[in-house]
Design a binder for this molecule. Structure first.
Ligand SMILES: [Zn+2]
Length: 251
C-alpha cells in the first residue's frame, strides 16, 4: 500500500493492532461489530473493518475507508459494504472530540445492558464510570438513520454509551484511549456479574467517592500517557505470544 501518507499508515497499524487486541482478550462477536477511527486531519472519513473478516484477520492494508454514512470509498464492488456503521457514523459526525469508537457485545457488558439499573458504581472500575455513562433505549438493530438523533441525545457529552438490551460503545480521542476506556467498562461489567452471583448485599460507595474516582479516571485518560503505555504493553504481550499479526508484520 503505497498511496497513503505516513500518518495514515501509522494509524492503520495501530487500528489493526487494536482489532487484534480485542480478539486477544476475547471480546469479539464473530465477524460483527466495528472499531472505527477518523483519518488524520479529516472530519468525515474513517477507517473500519471489512465485513466478513475475523478481528485477527485485520491488517493495515485491508482496512476500509468509509464516510459518516457508512458509504465505502472507491469501488463498492470490490468489497462488501460495512453493515451497521450507523452507530459509529452518528457519533463521529456529531462529536469532534471522538476520533475512535469501539463497540462490543461481550456477555458481561451485554448482561449489564439488560439490567434496568445499568452499571453498578460499587466496584473499583464501576466507581470510575460514575456519571460518565449514557443509556440508549433499544429500538432494534442499530441500522437506521432515523435513530441517530436519539442515540446522540442519549450519549450527550459522555464517552460511554450503553445500548440497552444490546451492548456498549465507547468513544475517545484516539485508539489507545478508547481501548483503555473499553477495558475499564469491560472490567466493571465482569466484576458486577461476579458480585451479583455472591449472596449478600454489596458494600456501597458514596456518591462523593464515586465522583472523585470518576474525575480521576477521566483525568488519567485525558491528561496522562497511561493509555498509550497500556496499549503498547498489551500489544507487546500479544506479539510475544502470537508472533507476527499479519502478513508482512515485522514490528
Ligand atoms: Zn451491536
Amino acid at each position: 500500500m503505497t498511496d497513503v501518507s505516513s500518518d495514515e499508515w501509522r494509524l492503520r497499524v495501530r487500528l489493526a493492532e487494536c482489532y487484534h487486541l480485542v480478539d486477544y482478550f476475547g471480546w469479539t462477536e464473530m465477524i460483527f461489530n466495528h472499531i472505527s477511527v477518523r483519518l488524520p486531519g479529516e472530519t468525515r472519513r474513517y477507517l473500519v473493518n471489512a465485513f466478513g473478516l475475523n478481528y485477527d484477520e485485520i491488517s493495515p492494508e485491508n482496512l476500509l475507508v468509509v464516510n459518516a454514512d457508512g458509504k465505502l470509498e472507491g469501488d463498492p464492488a470490490d468489497k462488501p459494504n460495512p453493515a451497521g456503521f450507523a452507530l459509529h457514523g452518528a457519533i463521529h459526525a456529531a462529536r469532534d472530540d471522538v476520533h475512535c469508537i469501539i463497540h462490543t457485545h461481550t456477555s458481561e457488558v451485554s448482561a449489564v445492558a439488560v439490567k434496568q439499573g445499568g452499571f453498578s458504581h460499587d466496584n473499583f472500575y464501576g466507581a470510575q464510570l460514575f456519571g460518565r455513562v449514557g443509556y440508549h433505549a433499544f429500538e432494534g438493530i442499530t441500522l437506521y438513520e432515523e435513530e441517530r438523533p436519539r442515540m446522540l441525545e442519549s450519549l450527550g457529552d459522555k464517552h460511554v454509551l450503553v445500548l440497552r438490551n444490546h451492548g456498549v460503545a465507547v468513544g475517545e480521542s484516539d485508539i489507545a484511549r478508547a481501548f483503555f476506556l473499553l477495558w475499564t467498562v469491560q472490567r466493571a461489567a465482569e466484576i458486577q456479574c461476579h458480585a451479583g452471583m455472591i449472596p449478600g448485599p454489596d458494600t456501597p460507595i458514596s456518591d462523593k467517592i464515586r465522583a472523585a474516582c470518576a474525575r480521576d479516571a477521566a483525568w488519567v485518560i485525558s491528561s496522562t500517557n497511561a493509555a498509550d503505555k497500556m496499549f503498547d504493553a498489551a500489544v507487546r504481550k500479544m506479539r510475544r505470544e502470537r508472533g507476527p499479526l499479519w502478513h508482512g508484520d515485522n514490528a
